[in-house]
Design a protein. Sequence first.
Length: 321
Amino acid sequence: MNDAAPTLLLCSETDDLSGLCGEFERAAARACPGLRVLCWTPDTATTELQSVVAIAGWFVPLGLPARLPRLRLLASIGAGVEHLLRDPDLPPDLPVTRIVDPAQARGMAEYVLWAALHFHRDLDRLLAQQTRREWRMPAQRPASAYRVGIMGLGAMGAEVARTLAAHGFDVHGWSRRPATLPGVTTWAGPEAMCPFLAELDMVVSLLPLTPETRGLFNADWFAALKPGAVFVNCGRGEQLVVPALQDALRSGHLRSAVLDVFEHEPLPADDPLWAEPGVLITPHMASSASAEVIAGQIVENTARVLVGQAPLHAVDRQRGY
Ligand code: NDP
């Protein structure tokens, strides 16, 4: 069976990836002729898996990569990789890659620009006024008087920061290592967190989920924000301590929260966050890459590893992103 055609396995325990099969087959025909595409199910026979050279996945069953003798690539079908790195038995030198897509970053910039305009132009207050049939013009300020902080200045965060700066906002960015971005005031590392947060009108998280960022948005973190700030979470739900958010909202310290990501997705219908005053929920739709881009990048990387080249967009497994 080890002589069988190299196989790319589409695999997730939590999502049905069969809809991506056709796109991967077309990408394979273009960029990696002879590559077979197989969609994993819990019933996929072990013999079928012996020819797998690449996994394109989301929540891949724990221990599966370690059982595949020809595996050379573990590729996330999204921008994040935390669900792949949770496997303690990953072969040590197996490259793990992610999707990096400028169009996805532009989509993220649209989403955050919408949120910034919504609160900067007081649409939350105006919508409340409308329910009371109240005609009252809010004071108008220039965008430069509205300070937005972006946590994470990677593929997503940098594009978001550039877009907000181009619209005149006072943009600040925070990352692990020092960064330079035209028109953006940058801060780096845990010691800069408090001064970075202190004067923000809105803070947007675009951080990957790692051991350092899990539970980062806790009571102390919310206390470090300026009263009346808005919190936007586009990173991962596990970074937010929900009771801390609820306390910050209920005390009036936080003006509002826009949440696109949650620890459990889809957010269960009985989750109290749906009805929490001041919370705006979107269903993990801030931005996604197209199926064509996902399949194209992963098949190209499969072709690269099959001829001994390093794949593109590999993450640092130690760092976690
Ligand atoms: P990147 O890996 O390109 O960038 C990550 C950024 O986060 C880097 O600037 C990095 O700093 C910074 N960072 C990581 N850890 C820390 C830390 N401990 N302290 C300070 N800064 C840190 O990722 P992307 O921009 O592509 O994506 C970021 C995340 O956004 C994804 O992992 C995913 O969770 C989320 N996402 C959500 C989407 C949605 O629709 N809601 C869509 C796409 C992504 P440094 O530059 O110093 O390394």
